[in-house]
Design a protein around this ligand. Structure first.
Ligand code: SF4
Length: 240
């Protein structure tokens, strides 16, 4: 069984251009200060997990109303069993599947990729600052893993690739850092600078932190497009 503990029956915003049903994992290998899902950090007892039968039958029931299934977290790549579940969903229903991941497990991404239509990777900051996210890996290993994920996603042709960064000023304080981060983003990816919202942030410091304004973010995106010579860099906000 998988520690899938949350379910949003239909979402119009999670899976681009799709009406999707959305499942959430508990458990994460990071502790991002700005995380809005800190209730999902720890894995609760198994009786709180949604069973595979529930997930399959719920998707079946909803097929007339949805055209996508999305898995988010927590961190999806911690759970190898998800590969088999996604394969089953794809084969039984032929429906598009998306996952979100922090990209630190390229070996998982390689195995699940053939069954995905969309993958969204969170690149948080440059590898030297991943320690601030509670990441236990040394900088060199973070770098290798993010580059391996990038290479995999650059080569594949199945899935649309999105990268995004929550623009928490402490972790992305300069163009210099943003441009270094671009080295870890595949050329074929669309890249979103997402507005950081301090409400419900995990750490007290993040809760008290200022956000960049939409105008600042638009300027950053424009400047990044110019510096990196990439067109597909945009700003996104889910909340006002
Ligand atoms: S933002 Fe994502 S990767 Fe970071 S702690 Fe929250 S769930 Fe984990």
């Amino acid at each position: 069984m998988l520690p899938i503990t949350g379910h949003v029956q239909t979402s119009l915003v999670d899976f681009p251009e799709k009406i999707a049903t959305l499942f959430f994992f508990s458990g994460c290998n990071l502790r991002c200060p700005y995380c809005h899902n800190s209730s999902l950090f720890e894995v609760p007892p198994q009786e709180k997990w949604l069973s595979r039968d529930y997930i399959i039958s719920d998707i079946q029931k909803r097929l007339k109303f949805i055209d996508g299934v999305s898995f988010s977290g927590g961190e999806t790549s911690l759970y190898e069993e998800l590969i088999d579940l996604v394969k089953e969903i794809k084969e039984r229903f032929g429906i598009d599947v998306k996952i979100d991941s922090n990209g630190l497990k390229p070996e998982f991404i390689e195995k699940i990729l053939p069954y995905l239509s969309y993958i969204a990777i969170d690149i948080k900051t440059t590898p030297d600052l991943y320690g601030e996210l509670g990441c236990k890996l040394p900088k060199k290993e973070v770098e290798q893993k993010l580059l391996a994920t990038k290479e995999l996603l650059e080569k594949q042709t199945n899935a649309k690739v999105e990268y995004r960064t929550t623009m928490y000023p402490k972790l992305v304080e300069s163009y210099e850092r943003l441009c270094k981060m671009a080295d870890f983003i595949p050329e074929n990816a669309v890249y979103y600078l997402q507005r950081f919202i301090c409400d419900n942030a995990y750490s007290a410091e993040a809760k008290a932190s200022e956000s960049y304004s939409m105008e600042q973010l638009e300027r950053m995106a424009m400047e990044m497009r110019r510096i990196t010579k990439r067109d597909k860099i945009f700003v996104r906000t889910y909340l006002q």
